[in-house]
Design a protein around this ligand. Sequence first.
Ligand code: B12
Ligand code: SF4
Ligand code: SF4
Length: 383
Amino acid sequence: MSNSHSFSDADWATLASQIKSWALELGFSQAGICDTDLNSQEPKLQQWLDAGMHGEMQYMAEHGMKRARPAELQPGTIRVISVRLDYLPAGAGFATNLSDPQQAYISRYALGRDYHKLMRQRLKQLGEKIEQHVGAYGYRPFVDSAPVLERPLAAKAGLGWTGKHSLLLNPQAGSWFFLGELLVSLPLPVDEPIQQDCGSCVACITMCPTGAIVSPYVVDARRCISYLTIELKDAIPQELRPLLGNRIYGCDDCQLVCPVNRQAPLGKEEDFQRRPQWRDQSLLSLFLWDEATFLKMTEGSAIRRIGYQRWQRNLAVALGNAPFNEEILALLLAEQQHPDALVREHLQWALAQQQQKQLQQQKENRQQQRLIRIIQLGLPRDA
Ligand code: B12
Ligand code: SF4
Ligand code: SF4
């Protein structure tokens, strides 16, 4: 163990590069270092909150500008070690179940184990490793749930640039990664941000199913499917329900269309690989899970956090969005007295959608039969 009080600039630089190697050894995909100054983000964060774009996410409003002031979270903090961990599961394919409306689409980040605990533990290990080299110092790991602007910190630390979908994009790794931070009290040399941007591309803005990317870099959470299916506790607004399609947990569309993601590497982490229960799951079979099955199947998964009620609510919307299907209709008719009022209302909406599609299909069939008869009557006898 060395005494960090006697460290020269060169010693700090050596430690910074050692930290980056240790981060890789611990399984992180990359690490970078930045200072704690997020002043330039404060007006944008305030505008977003003032416009109510956080919707029901009270935790976003409660912590206010603390999000842009990491030093207030952990006294003595002068640097942030920002890490990314790639999660793209090998078996994710090109989201084939997104285009099959009878199947459920679950966003790729949630197909394996919940990332929060795993990343926090590794960040703690990184903090301890540093301690072995510099002696006692102040540090604190954060992943996601912490009231800190992770994406702008990672951009400052050189991990990527901000995409127009508001996520961080790395030129080699795209955006399929999680972010986490270790706040530290050590005067480490900082990294340079990447000087690159999206250029004239607007694919994510045009392809977002709900128009949630209201202007470049600004996502109105109230329209984002990720918010509607995961964060929102109440009823999903009726006008947005048809736009959700079969997305029952989160949404990946803005990342699926992003050209930078074409070269994205697969995640190496075993814990993030797709669990067998998320392979080819029909909406019907998932809706038929009782609460005990839901809890069992989502053990250790981020999906469990939405609870059984929101799970069934989301599935009800997807069942309503599916093409007309006799089995779905029968299920929805049988579930009209569902004991949960929120789920019941979504099931009633879904039934109305299916009945409308049934009528439409019957009308089209009649028209087709009439057309066939007209053609047959008009045809010469020997034809
Ligand atoms: C709240 C939240 C959400 C909300 C709101 C999303 C949002 N864009 O804010 C909802 C529930 C919708 C959501 C969805 C998702 N999220 Co989220 N989310 C968060 C969380 C907890 C806070 C984000 C935040 O502070 N938002 C506040 C707003 C104001 O920040 P912002 O959108 O970045 O806004 C900035 C820009 O608009 C910028 N800006 C404004 N104008 C301009 C102009 C220019 C030129 C530039 C460069 C910037 C710029 O300034 C603003 C302030 O910094 C973070 C974790 C964390 N603690 O940071 C994860 C996080 C951002 N989410 C993450 C993920 C993976 C997702 C999803 C992909 C999950 C999914 N598959 O369903 C989706 C993607 C949706 C999307 N396109 O953003 C990852 C992103 C990883 C990455 N590669 O960047 C994070 C970092 C979690 C993590 N630890 O890994 N999320
Ligand atoms: S996650 Fe889906 S709904 Fe949200 S901004 Fe991206 S494409 Fe739009
Ligand atoms: S789709 Fe285009 S505009 Fe959107 S984040 Fe990717 S490169 Fe940027």
